[in-house]
Design a protein around this ligand. Structure first.
Ligand code: ZN
Length: 290
């Protein structure tokens, strides 16, 4: 699943391509129509497909913003602001093309679910193999309140205070540290890959209870999360399974990971172990991480 650095990579690639363009029309796949017809909300959330397709034409993309694992397309229509909010789910990807045949990987072409046609003549295509991604057309963040509950951006000056404050709450203090740092209300955009890496670098066992970690180590852990996220952004994110930047592009961070997906600890050579924590598989070194 794309985490903060991967979403940042998509945003940086999309920004220069789509900013300033005006949406002419939108086409949605039959699969999405059918899922809506049986009461499932595949990809397009909150609005009927028809409403969604009517809402976007005539809007101009003013600027893009990343917030946690979401991309906000800030739109203007008749001088009024709107947003198209995109979450990539497990396998969502954006393609900027002249026509669908330019999407060379068949699986992405086959699962093109939303096609945005620009006045300028090109297309922006949202493809999603597993259909866990989301697209919402909103006036403001308040139209979808979970957006308001996300932790500050990890690079914000208030993010550390927020992290420490949350760690002292009764609902979190007995939780496993890995589950805690992967909670989007606690840290924005840190999923399994970067939680695994930060805990390995800090030599903290992923199942250790939050309250059994000193304040000083929690501060260092938060700083380590920020470092690993920035390192990944600089390296274009991790290309693991179906993540692509845009137009099928790949990142390089997967070659720099030290624990995620490893059979042996790169530091001491011990065979790594796996444990399910908070419903996610966690890899760790039983010798280094206590
Ligand atoms: Zn080790």
């Amino acid at each position: 699943m794309p985490e903060l650095p991967e979403v940042e990579g998509v945003l940086r690639a999309l920004q220069p391509i789509v900013t300033g363009k005006t949406i002419k029309s939108v086409e949605v796949s039959e699969t999405i129509y059918n899922s809506k017809a049986i009461g499932k909300e595949a990809i397009i959330k909150g609005l009927d497909v028809e409403q969604f397709c009517l809402a976007l034409p005539g809007t101009k993309i003013d600027h893009l913003e990343r917030r946690s694992k979401y991309i906000y397309f800030h739109l203007l229509k008749d001088g009024l602001p709107y947003m198209l909010v995109s979450h990539l789910g497990m396998s969502g990807a954006w393609f900027s093309v002249k026509n669908l045949h330019e999407i060379t990987e068949v699986k992405f072409r086959k699962h093109a679910h939303v096609t945005i046609y620009f006045e300028e003549g090109d297309l922006l295509v949202y493809s999603d193999i597993r259909r866990f991604g989301e697209l919402r057309f909103l006036e403001t963040e308040a139209d979808y309140p979970p957006l308001l509950l996300m932790a500050p951006e990890p690079f914000d000056q208030h993010a550390l205070d927020h992290f420490l404050h949350m760690s002292a709450l009764p609902k979190y203090e007995n939780k496993a540290i890995k589950e805690f740092i992967m909670d989007g209300h606690v840290v924005s955009g840190c999923g399994n890959i970067y939680a695994t890496e930060a805990l390995f670098r800090m030599k903290i066992h992923p199942a250790r209870a939050v309250k059994r970690i000193s304040r000083e180590r929690k501060i260092h852990l938060f700083q380590e999360i920020v470092i690993v996220l920035l390192d990944s952004i600089e390296n274009g994110g991790s290309t693991i399974s179906d993540y692509r930047t845009i137009n099928g592009g790949a990142g390089n961070m997967q070659n720099r990971l030290q624990m995620y997906g490893k059979k042996e600890c790169g530091f001491c050579g011990t065979k790594t172990k796996q444990k399910t924590i908070g419903g996610r598989t966690s890899t760790y070194c039983p010798a280094c991480q206590k």
